[in-house]
Design a protein around this ligand. Sequence first.
Ligand code: MG
Length: 422
Amino acid sequence: MVNIYTYVSATSPAEAPVSVPSAEPPMNIARIETFFLFPGKAKNLLFTRVETDDGLYGWGESYVVAGKETVVEAYIHALRPVLIGRSAFSIRHTAQALYDDFTIRRASLEFLAAWSGIEIALWDILGKKAGLPVYNLLGGAVREKVRVYANGWWAGAETIDETVRRAVAVRELGYTALKWDPLPGAWRTFVDRRDEDFAVEHVKAMREALGPDVELLIDAHRRLSPNHSVRLARRLEEYGIAWYEEPTPPENIDLAAEVRRAVTVPIVVGESLYTREGFVPVLEKRAADILNPDIAAVGGISTMLDIAAQAQPYAVAISPHNYNSTLVGLAATVHLSAVITNFTIAELFVNLQEASDRVATQALTVRDGWADLPTAPGLGVDIDIDELRRHPYQALPAKPVRQVWEEFPRPGYTPALKPAIR
Ligand SMILES: [Mg+2]
């Protein structure tokens, strides 16, 4: 009888390592490098390049928030000594071991974003090793193309007219689904009734300008109390909105469930959840029709597959959030979206496209709101490192944080997208 396991001698029998049975020779992580790309706006994009000891490399990307990008980069650097020398094949085991032994079961967004960048790079490497696009390693594509919606086009618009003009321009690029936040001013739980009126006026203007065929995806950004949220959603239903995202503060999922029961528009929840465990109450309490986790924030491709599988028995769809580049982050999203049966549409930030294209030596094809499935091994994208180095990290102006005298309610308040005093 042939023993397929190879026992390796060790000093203590209790700690004796047993090699994992594998048809492949070992391939270990040899190098982990990080690179920022400053796109000239929004935030610095954070890419990770992982190299193995047999010379293969892969690209990953971490979700970052403006002003806090270097925190995630520092986390990746902290992971480096733990990961160098580990098997590049052991993606799921390394993820669990890091959670258990490195974070001591206290994961954070920063840890998960950091690990996402490495995890995605490892899948890129595995695809190259196998000579297959990543979706073929994940069970094969269940669709020919991946539908995407446009976001990022409305950033900084100061009036409804300006938002509408930009939306028309984005539709002319071929996008048939557009997402934005129509609410005025700073994020607050309790708002003036005129804020609701402003949002309704905003959506009405958009519908009139874009016609009936464009899908309007409304993002409430976790802002509103259930009462405001329900009232606003009911008024927006008249304009045929396609979804209503994060209707209430995220920590108490009962609030979103309350909104979902009171309206007919699909409720989207998930961009502020980062673990499989976090999605359990959303599903059990039937708080969402659609989940929108971000592949660069939840621990990469493996966690996204798991969340999609969790959602399926509840007939809940997956529409990946993707506030990342249109290069690595989008590629990982496209491969994942290709293989999950409950996928509907993925996010694409059009304002990050130009910078992403500038550094790409191999890019995705996106046309008329559809991304093609790459056919090259791995993720099917690549980056010119010299070009990347020409656009290094740049600190953006600090985000204003409101003062006591700007709090609401206050006399003389007028709703506006960019009020002089928020
Ligand atoms: Mg959102």
